[in-house]
Design a protein around this ligand. Structure first.
Ligand code: BGC
Length: 335
């Protein structure tokens, strides 16, 4: 197994470590309001940890298709394709051997590095040879930028994301229920018992899904609303306002004062509150990860899009380039 590791640093002491295996963001060290550095990304101390515990997809590049495809089936140009069922009756995060388990090639670019991978035609059942490049750069003001690009030689579907879980008080320091979450979305996608979107876009108004104003993640997580019970907490796609690269979410950890602002070009974000972390393995700092110990904001097109023609399209045709950009901007506040 390749143990290649790449690093981004800046003059504020911020340091991001990325593995060639899965393109995994292994650690993100950022200062708090007193300048004290801590790693805020959940993960393992070495590659073997990720190989042994692939289920949470800590920090990984997700592809070819982020989140679920119902019954592992979709139809493109009249042909039905089957992709692996690795999540009950559905396909999750690209299948049994997704991009999170590939060894990516690295080359330096200005301000960072680019990881590339060629997924052969038929890989995990997906059509077309897909050539993917994911570029990580770090700015002087603590913005970690991820640019995704992909081209195909036959019609296919693509939905790439990064699966980092953050805890702005420090990975392994406990739960994130006191973090204040804000998501700039008026709607979200209700799901069924298999966490597949029903197709409806529901208003967040008057529900525990309303993050239009900052509110603690834990404030309503134990509400008996059906959607929270189905997800075991938050595990839903929010339908983001606006288009183009814009701010879509902001998270504040009030004790140490670290903040994370997420910007993306994507139409959706999966806010996942780490519901399936079970406390059965420990992370890099030696502490076991339990339910709610991290939050993920997975910028993406909507789950199961190939089976919902009304959702923004995830089809990629030969001659077109898939592009997507997400920025994780860290800062501090005295709020
Ligand atoms: C999914 C969760 C899943 C998690 C880790 C998230 O993107 O929505 O349901 O458990 O990834 O596998």
């Amino acid at each position: 197994m390749s143990a290649d590791q790449y690093e981004l640093t800046n003059s504020n002491g911020m340091r991001v470590q990325v593995l060639g295996y899965g393109g995994i963001i292994q650690s993100v060290e950022v200062p708090d309001r007193d300048g004290v550095l801590a790693n805020v990304a959940l993960g393992f101390a070495d590659v073997q940890g990720y190989v042994d515990h692939p289920g949470p997809y800590f920090g990984a590049i997700i592809g070819r298709f982020g989140n679920r495809i119902a019954k592992g089936q979709f139809t493109l140009d009249g042909v039905t394709y089957s992709v692996p069922l690795n999540n009950g009756p559905n396909s999750l995060h690209g299948g049994l051997s997704g991009f999170d388990r590939q060894i990516w090639k690295c080359r330096e670019v200005e301000g960072g590095f680019a990881l590339s991978h060629v997924s052969p035609d038929g890989d995990q059942g997906y059509p077309g040879e897909l050539s993917v490049t994911v570029t990580y750069t770090l700015t002087g003001d603590n913005a970690l930028r991820i640019d995704y690009e992909a081209v195909t030689d036959a019609p296919t579907v693509v939905n790439l994301t990064n699966h980092s879980y953050f805890n702005l008080a420090g990975a392994g320091s406990g739960d994130v229920y006191g973090h204040l979450m804000q998501i700039h979305a008026d709607g979200f996608l209700p799901v069924d018992a298999g966490l597949i979107p029903t197709g409806e876009i529901a208003s967040v108004d008057g529900t525990a899904m309303d993050f239009r104003e900052p509110i603690a993640i834990g404030a309503r997580i134990r509400s008996d609303e059906e959607q929270l019970l189905l997800g075991g907490g938050y595990d839903h796609n929010w339908v983001l306002r606006g288009a183009g690269l814009r701010e879509v979410a902001r998270v504040v950890e009030p004790v140490h004062g670290r903040t994370l602002t997420v910007l993306t070009t994507e139409p959706g974000v999966q806010f996942y509150s780490g519901n399936f972390l079970t406390g059965t393995f420990a992370g890099a700092g030696g502490a076991a990860y339990r339910q709610g110990d991290g939050f993920a904001l997975e910028t993406q097109h909507f789950p199961d899009s190939p089976n919902h023609p009304a959702f923004p399209s995830t089809t990629l045709l030969p001659g077109s380039t898939y592009t997507s950009t997400t920025i994780y901007h860290f800062a501090t506040t005295n709020e």
